[in-house]
Design a protein around this ligand. Structure first.
Ligand SMILES: [Zn+2]
Length: 47
């Protein structure tokens, strides 16, 4: 089973990131409530 890398856009710092082990933005530390799913180019993904 392939592991899929999840990308998110951080609403606080605006970076495209993959969450750290706590589910937070690794750049600014924003919690999951600030992270919007997107693809690796930053395009939003409708869930
Ligand atoms: Zn951030």
């Amino acid at each position: 089973m392939a592991e899929e890398v999840k990308y998110y856009r951080c609403a606080l710092c605006g970076e495209i990131i993959t969450p750290d082990e706590n589910g937070n933005c690794p750049i600014c530390g924003a919690g999951p409530e600030y992270l919007e799913p997107c693809d690796k180019d930053g395009n939003p993904i409708a869930e």
